[in-house]
Design a protein around this ligand. Structure first.
Ligand SMILES: CC(=O)N[C@H]1[C@@H](OP(=O)(O)O)O[C@H](CO)[C@@H](O)[C@@H]1O
Ligand SMILES: [Mg+2]
Length: 560
């Protein structure tokens, strides 16, 4: 960097840091999904995330990096920030310690020294010919605009950095834009809509023609959590042929508060209808998104006498996707057809410890390879990339399908080879898989693209909601939160299924669990809230509740 440029760089960093001083007592940690806190306290962390995103882009030869300002399913007063890497996935975890240190730098001088040292250690070519490019998006939270400005100021503190505000978006839209931009394909919001609408239409065109059996009702009611997902779905729904979508909790003035008594997190945890649903909806297929539309669950009310729902969570969405993909691969590989072509593919299923035990058993029963990672999409996504086709979901509804480049190019060439025999079932299976690669958001879990893939597959399989729901029966489970003095004193291992510290805690968990039929229990510190989470499963709800409660007591007693 030339001397005058270096001078300017130092000046800008000192200047921006003094504009966003760290309030005393504030401590930020880049948790499961970035920094999160009360929105009013987030500006220093968001500004510094802006600096970091710009540095990351320069380090990666000017590839576009993303910043999303959201606190997902959390209450409306919270906000957060996370960084998307050039592949559209979460920021490489190797940079998280620096993200933490930078967010907590106590004063402008400390911040400047920290950045200069990091730039040197990482060999970031500041002032070279790669300038930073950062795409920004935010959700509908009231603190969003103010925090977006803080992020812009952080980005602009890096000499030559270029920030592009993509507007109010769902989290997965921004991830998709980053992914697309770096692939050199069209990356605007309208390109996103076009891709989803066209690939959904193609999926429907490829439905088997021999009609018969159950016909899926066109009506689908979607709970938008009063967030951005409902807004985008309203924009897109008129173009979705074959579906009659009604959006509730759409985020319109007067409809309710973001994530309050609604949304995917609420429905999945409480297993009751969200706000705005009533007896008239009994028997109608419904879906629920979270506040930034990266989570999706389905539900249906079976009776008008209470507000309980039959829930289809992330595990069952995963199972549906896995069945569909496996079926297409089987048709291509085993149908003894005229064309001697095969498509070898390693299919991997990735879950976390929160996956219902019945789902894991079901998937393994199908002969599928199931692996586990710690909680958080950053772990699941990375693991899924190790396969030709990786399908991952958290039970709460966050997940997607990723296809390796090699697999996609083999699929393309197979489709070309088969295209002369357009009537053959192998060709149709290959085309369905191809459409699925376009429909599903491969950058990150996306409730809107996931919803369309679900709808297409239900039509393909001629399944009702009930057929899907009855794929297997969930084991009763219970999740509890425990407040402790320092949640980081719990250290876990084996994809968070075991506590390694304090060791006495694991012994107590084992002892309790042994008292229950099909008992399973684990505890871990949350990465997004200041709590320890307890999860328990057993053969009855009473037992699951009791196991969770007794383990929560041990956590409280040991860690106060
Ligand atoms: C049990 C649970 O649902 N945990 C959620 C929650 O993380 P915690 O680290 O458990 O707070 O928020 C994450 C981000 O949205 C999500 O990835 C994860 O699945
Ligand atoms: Mg979310």
């Amino acid at each position: 960097m030339a001397a005058d440029q270096e001078q300017e760089q130092r000046r800008r960093l000192l200047d921006v840091a003094s504009r966003f001083p760290l309030p005393s007592g504030c401590r930020f940690s880049y948790g499961t999904a970035g920094f999160r806190a009360d929105g009013a306290t987030m500006a220093p962390a968001v500004c510094r995330a802006g600096i970091l995103a710009a540095l990351r882009s320069v380090k990666l030869a000017g590839a576009a990096v993303g910043i999303v300002i959201t606190a997902s399913h959390n209450p409306i007063g919270d906000n957060g920030v996370k960084i998307a890497d050039p592949d559209g996935g979460m920021m490489d975890q190797q940079w998280e310690p620096f993200a933490d240190a930078l967010a907590n730098a106590p004063d402008p001088d400390a911040l400047l020294q920290m950045v200069l040292q990091f730039v040197k250690d990482e060999g970031i070519p500041l002032g070279g010919h790669h300038t930073a490019q950062v795409l920004l998006g935010r959700d509908t939270r009231p603190t969003g605009e103010y925090l977006l400005d803080a992020a812009l100021q952080g980005i602009n503190a890096i000499v030559g950095a270029h920030a592009i505000d993509m507007g109010i978006l769902t989290t997965p839209q921004l991830h998709w834009m980053v992914w697309s931009k770096n692939k050199g394909t069209k990356a605007s919001e309208s390109d996103y809509f076009t891709q989803l609408i066209n690939s959904f239409r193609r999926m429907l065109e490829l439905l088997p023609k021999d009609k018969g059996g159950y016909e899926l009702a066109k009506k689908l009611i979607v709970d938008g959590a009063n967030g951005i997902g409902g807004v985008k779905l309203e924009q897109m729904k008129a173009e979705l042929s074959g579906l009659d979508i009604i959006v509730r909790n759409s985020g319109k003035e007067g409809e309710g508060i973001l994530n309050h008594l609604c949304g995917a997190d609420f429905v999945q945890k409480e297993r009751v209808t969200p706000h705005g649903f009533g007896p008239e909806d009994v028997g109608v297929r419904c879906a629920s998104l979270d506040g930034d539309a990266d989570r999706l669950v389905y539900f249906q009310m079976s009776s008008s006498s209470d507000n309980k729902v039959d829930l289809v969570d992330g595990d069952k969405i995963l199972s549906l996707f896995a069945l569909f993909i496996r079926e297409q691969l089987d048709v291509i590989n085993n149908n003894g057809s005229q064309v001697d072509k095969s498509l070898p593919a390693r299919l991997g299923i990735v879950q976390t410890a929160y996956a219902n035990g019945a789902s894991t058993q079901f998937l393994k029963g199908l002969g599928l390879e199931v692996v586990f990672t710690p909680t958080g999409v950053k772990y699941l996504h990375k693991k899924a990339l190790e396969y030709d086709i990786g399908i991952y979901f958290e039970a709460n509804g966050h997940g997607t399908v990723v296809f390796s480049e090699d697999f996609i190019s083999q699929l393309e060439s197979l489709s070309n080879d088969l295209s002369s025999q357009a009537a053959n079932s192998q060709y149709h299976a290959a085309m369905r898989l191809m459409a699925a690669t376009q429909l599903i958001n491969q950058a990150v879990g996306d409730a809107l693209s996931g919803l369309l893939l679900v709808e297409a597959i239900l039509q393909y399989k001629r399944w009702s909601f009930q057929n899907w729901c009855e794929l297997y029966s969930d084991l009763p489970s219970r999740q509890l939160k425990v407040k402790v003095v320092d949640r980081s004193s719990i250290v876990t291992t084996d994809a968070e299924t075991k506590v390694s510290q304090p060791s006495s805690l694991q012994e107590l968990i084992d002892k309790e669990t042994a008292n229950y039929t099909q008992g399973r229990c684990f505890v871990r510190p949350s990465g997004t809230e200041d709590v320890v989470r307890v999860y328990a499963e057993a053969s009855t709800q009473v037992e699951a509740d009791s196991l969770a409660k007794s383990v929560a007591h041990h956590v409280e007693r040991l860690l106060g």
